[in-house]
Design a protein around this ligand. Structure first.
Ligand code: AMP
Ligand code: TRP
Length: 330
């Protein structure tokens, strides 16, 4: 089993990123060979201030480690440090079809339904680069949140298409999408996925929010009519989302939370959820503070990670070029 996943360096990471993805990375690193990437090239698909992007790339590296990823165990690196990603992306792009890229819902959402002649090409080509990320390491498993399901399907299609045309080369990678936590919803609107790009900070909880902000955001989170705390995604989407978050962060089954808070109204439930989040994020925040104090350590981890990643990336890229008919340089 070989695991690959990535997170975009876009400022903050939310508890959605943690509960839907990074928590699983941490668990997997003990049983599988793992690569975890900070996909800085993907971040360029929307306009970014250069200094912010550099800072955010280090922040995600530090958050990876603060959440429990160990550089001695997993390969942690920045996508742009391994230029083979961009190169394989071109080669895979020659197999991808306009129609299948146009159907990607993330492209449709992020281009805000803009006319195609003004939507960015990077945004359009985004899933091809993501496929290249995964295939470059011949990864067999890709832990992601539910929103990446469609991109993984495209990756599988491209792998199969390549194998059919040029001979068996890539394992067809499987998405690992958890049953619970793969889609944490916004605190202000349980019909929308929690996302760090939302302008209203009350929408999400950042892994680096101070305790007061966490308590306040949970207090203000929308709830449903009635007063009973129970899991019912149809009838009580807001409370169900909070219950799911509570269960994951406190590592306590939902039925046990329902038994404790069921008929007591929302106030105590929300107060104790706030405390559970503060307690759950405290060790991450403490470790993060240590890591930020020493940027040279972070840079060294990324440099060494990229070297180790390239050892795997180069042979795959050479194999692909050879199979596609490019003349070897030596
Ligand atoms: P991104 O921030 O878009 O780079 O996402 C990084 C990882 O976090 C991906 O695997 C996403 O699917 C996952 N993720 C992002 N938002 C959520 C959410 N609200 N709930 C669960 N997983 C999420
Ligand atoms: N597209 C993913 C996201 O926005 C990030 C990503 C890029 C990724 N390359 C990847 C995830 C490869 C898994 C594997 O969340």
């Amino acid at each position: 089993m070989k695991v690959f996943s990535g997170v975009q360096p876009s400022g903050i990471l939310t508890i959605g990123n943690y509960l839907g993805a990074i928590r699983h990375f941490v668990r997997l690193q003990d049983s599988a060979e793992c690569l975890f990437c900070i996909v800085d090239l993907h971040a360029l698909t929307v306009p970014r201030d250069p200094e912010d992007l550099r800072r955010d790339t280090r922040t995600v590296a530090n958050l990876y480690m603060a959440c429990g990823l160990r550089p001695e165990r997993s390969i942690l690196f920045a996508q742009s440090h391994v230029h083979e990603h961009a190169e394989l992306s071109w080669l895979m792009g020659c197999l991808a079809r306009l129609g299948e890229l146009r159907r990607m819902t993330q492209f449709k959402d992020k281009s805000h339904g803009a006319q195609e002649d003004v939507a960015g090409f990077g945004l359009f080509a985004y899933p091809v680069l993501m496929a290249a990320d995964i295939l470059l390491y011949k990864a067999s498993h890709v832990p992601v949140g539910d929103d990446q399901r469609q991109h993984l399907e495209l990756t599988r299609d491209l792998a199969q298409r390549f194998n059919a045309r040029f001979g068996e080369t890539f394992p067809v990678p499987e998405a690992m999408i958890a049953g619970v936590g793969a889609r944490i919803m916004g605190l202000d609107d349980p019909t929308r996925k929690m996302s760090k790009s939302e302008p209203n900070p009350g929408h999400y909880i950042s892994l680096l929010d101070p305790p007061e902000a966490i308590r306040d955001k949970v207090k203000r989170a929308v709830t449903d009519s009635g007063r009973d705390v129970r899991l019912d995604w149809e009838g009580k989407p807001a409370v169900s989302n909070l219950l799911e978050i509570f269960s994951l962060i406190a590592d306590e089954p939902v039925p046990s939370l329902e038994a404790r808070y069921g008929r007591q109204g929302y106030a105590r439930f929300k107060r104790e959820l706030g405390e559970a989040l503060v307690a759950g994020l405290a060790p991450i925040q403490a470790r993060f503070a240590e890591l930020v104090a020493d940027p040279s350590y972070t840079d060294r981890v990324l440099r060494e990670g990229a070297e180790r990643a390239r050892v795997q990336a180069v042979p795959t890229l050479n194999e692909v070029k050879e199979r596609m008919g490019l003349l070897g340089a030596r």
